[in-house]
Design a protein around this ligand. Structure first.
Ligand code: BV8
Ligand code: ZN
Length: 255
């Protein structure tokens, strides 16, 4: 599919001059790596109800069921490979004086594509942590040792995936750093997210209100599309490498 890369002159100017840049990603960025999104047709939340799998109450009631479901998601994520969208974003660290990658994804694919610092708002599936005392261990090791039931911690509590469930607080320092980066951004690029889960989605509005140029990469519109200076209605794996070329061109012509 050829992507329409008609970039308005004003946006080109902003791409060329941007100094503090934030990319904000969601499940759509990993779609082309073979991982399901959450809210699209056939997505994760059409296979299971979020309140039955992704809440502390669900874990208390059915720890084995929740553990097995996350063990399966862990194996799929571990078996997936980063795609051109992840790789393009890893390069953005070298394109701008300041670049912050903020993700809602728990799959670790940004890091595996080479992104050195990624703010993981919803935690990670690569680690398990004790639901009682917070002790951490690698998810892969925990799943191999105990594939059917969550392993017990030395404190007597149960290990769970180190992700953020509905009704739980986001990691305070990660959210603070992401909010600060959004509030200071002059360019904010939202990729592959339905922008419906809070407080994460609030970062988009925060950046927009602070004057950032907003770009949205998503085949479908979102509640924030109307704020975007540029919308690329295409798959991230195609749009981001092309956008990266355009950014490089714009930056060469401004320096
Ligand atoms: C909290 C992690 C304080 C584990 C996930 C304000 C208003 C309304 C509700 C709330 C509010 N504030 C808080 C809430 C409640 C709730 C919430 O937001 N509910 C919503 C859904 C109504 N939030 C919380 O509970 C948060 N905690 O607020 O704490 C508190 C505490 C107690 C009481 C009150 C307050 C915690 C939320 C954390 C949820 N964790 N999961 C796991 O993965 O199992 S949620 C889940 O959604 C995902 O993990 C993901 O991180 C997140 C966001 O989804 P997306 O990544 O955007 O994925 P989605 O499928 O939706 O969209 C994919 C997009 O990609 C689509 O648009 C599609 O078009 C596009 N796409 C498809 N293919 C491609 C593509 N794009 C590009 N390329 C492609 N190829
Ligand atoms: Zn413990």
């Amino acid at each position: 599919m050829a992507i329409d890369m008609e970039i308005p002159e004003e946006v080109r100017r902003r791409l060329g001059a941007a100094r503090r840049v934030v990319a904000f990603t969601g499940a759509g960025v990993s779609k082309e790596s073979g991982l399901d999104t959450f809210r699209d047709a056939g997505g994760v939340w059409q296979q299971v109800r979020p309140e039955e799998m992704a809440t502390p109450e669900a874990f208390r009631r059915h720890p084995g069921r929740v553990w097995r479901w996350y063990a399966a998601r862990y194996r799929r994520a571990a078996g997936a490979r980063p795609n051109p969208a992840h790789r393009a974003l890893a390069r953005w660290e070298t394109l701008f004086p300041s670049f912050t990658l903020v993700t809602q994804n728990v799959d670790g694919l940004h890091q595996r594509a080479g992104s050195r610092e990624t703010l993981e708002l919803h935690g990670t599936i690569a680690w398990a942590r004790c639901h009682s005392c917070g002790r951490r261990r690698e998810m892969g090791e925990a799943v191999r040792e105990s594939p059917e039931e969550p392993p017990a911690c030395a404190c007597g509590g149960l290990f769970r995936p180190a992700v953020v469930w509905f009704g739980e607080l986001l990691p305070e320092e990660v959210l603070a750093r992401a909010s600060e980066a959004a509030a200071r951004a002059d360019l904010f690029v939202s990729v592959g997210t339905s922008a419906t889960v809070y407080p994460a989605a609030g970062l988009i509005e925060l950046a927009h209100r602070a004057g950032a140029c907003l770009i949205e990469v998503n085949p479908e519109p979102t509640p924030f599309s109307r704020l975007a200076a540029l919308r690329l209605a295409a798959a991230a794996g195609e749009a981001l490498p092309r956008l990266t070329e355009e950014i490089e061109t714009c930056r060469r012509s401004t320096t």
